[in-house]
Design a protein around this ligand. Structure first.
Ligand SMILES: Cc1cc2nc3c(=O)[nH]c(=O)nc-3n(C[C@H](O)[C@H](O)[C@H](O)COP(=O)(O)OP(=O)(O)OC[C@H]3O[C@@H](n4cnc5c(N)ncnc54)[C@H](O)[C@@H]3O)c2cc1C
Length: 304
């Protein structure tokens, strides 16, 4: 049995069974994971991947769950949860940046940058994900992105080996990286920043947060922008043109009336309801404008 064998890989306290995933996602929806494991350190993370690969077991690496919709049926595999233990931040030797483990929240990293008078991560302050999820997606906002501040990342391959990969080789572009296809996992990442005035850094963070609160439905559960920005368009604009803003809903899952690019859970929406709104929005936009919206949100489990 995988469950008992897992105990040979990581400590017993790090292994749970049938864990509901909804509380681990910002959509607050979805069913349980068969196994939910929390590696205590990088060596355990690598050993887990080696073990699960060798056994051809299904597994999924979970950060903050802020870009994720988990099926109501859950996930019949092993979820590797990084946020709780892999969350160390260390200043680089030259004092001009940080090395951060994959489970570090971008909010904590940008707070550290502010405390150290280092500029460059202001944009990341309002992105509620982990370093791992952010490198994978090349997360970005307000004209900046992870690519601008990343020097390198330590990547765990599916072969269980860890390699240091320079930023250029990570092939970062809009919401894309060389490991977007799941071919590797971020163990840690090194960020290069520039000295700045703490007052100016704080003001920039506050200003970007003010703009977020003004434009985004942060009062409801969501995964941020549901769709990627199609070339030459804005997803929110296309959804609004199709007449769906604040009107399309299935149960408690709605196209937000504040920002049509967000699908929100206004109460107790199931993952199926959220999924139905996403698909209906795609269809309606395609009919209305001929543009096929590609989800930015990732899906875990069976939605058939
Ligand atoms: C209110 C709100 C606002 C948002 N605003 C923005 C924004 O401005 N810009 C933006 O880019 N995004 C935004 N997002 C989306 C989200 O926060 C980012 O995509 C974030 O980078 C996801 O990180 P995560 O840790 O939550 O990833 P998760 O949701 O846990 O996972 C997402 C994907 O990353 C993978 N992953 C997680 N950890 C690792 C790892 N260590 N190695 C490899 N893969 C990993 C997962 O397997 C999954 O495929 C927003 C979300 C919300 C809810």
């Amino acid at each position: 049995m995988v469950g008992s064998e897992l105990q040979n890989i990581i400590s017993r306290e790090g292994i749970q069974e049938n864990v509901p995933l909804a509380p681990y996602t910002t959509f607050r929806a979805g069913g349980p994971a068969r196994f939910f494991v929390t590696p205590r350190n990088e060596a355990e993370f690598a050993a887990l991947v080696r073990f699960l690969e060798k056994r051809h077991e299904k597994y999924f690496v979970l950060g903050r769950g802020s870009n994720l919709l988990v099926s109501d049926k859950g996930f019949e595999g092993t979820v590797i949860y990084t946020r709780k233990m892999l969350n160390r931040i260390v200043k680089t030797e030259d004092g001009q940046g940080f090395s951060a483990q994959c489970g570090v929240l971008l909010q904590d990293l940008s707070a550290q940058a502010l405390a150290s008078g280092l500029h460059g991560l202001e944009f990341a302050h309002g992105i509620p994900g982990t370093v791992g999820g952010a490198v994978l997606m090349n997360a970005g906002a307000y004209g900046s992105e992870i690519k601008d501040v990343l020097r390198s990342a330590r990547i765990l391959g599916r072969d269980g080996q860890i390699r240091e990969v320079p930023q250029k080789e990570l092939d970062l572009s809009y919401r894309h990286s060389a490991i977007s296809d799941g071919s590797g996992f971020v163990i840690s990442a090194e960020f290069v920043l520039t000295p700045g005035d703490p007052k100016a850094i704080r003001e920039e963070m506050n200003e970007l947060m003010r703009r977020r609160k003004e434009k985004q439905p942060l009062e409801y559960a969501s995964a941020g922008s549901t769709f990627k920005r199609p070339a030459g368009h804005f997803a929110g604009g296309l959804i609004e043109s199709a007449g769906l803003k604040g009107t399309l809903h299935v149960g408690d899952a709605w196209v937000s009336e504040k920002h049509a690019g967000f699908v929100v859970n206004k109460g107790h929406a199931s993952a199926s309801e959220i999924y139905a709104v996403i698909r209906a929005a795609q269809e309606a936009v395609y009919k209305n404008s001929g543009v096929l919206l590609e989800p930015e949100v990732r899906f875990l489990g069976d939605f058939s």
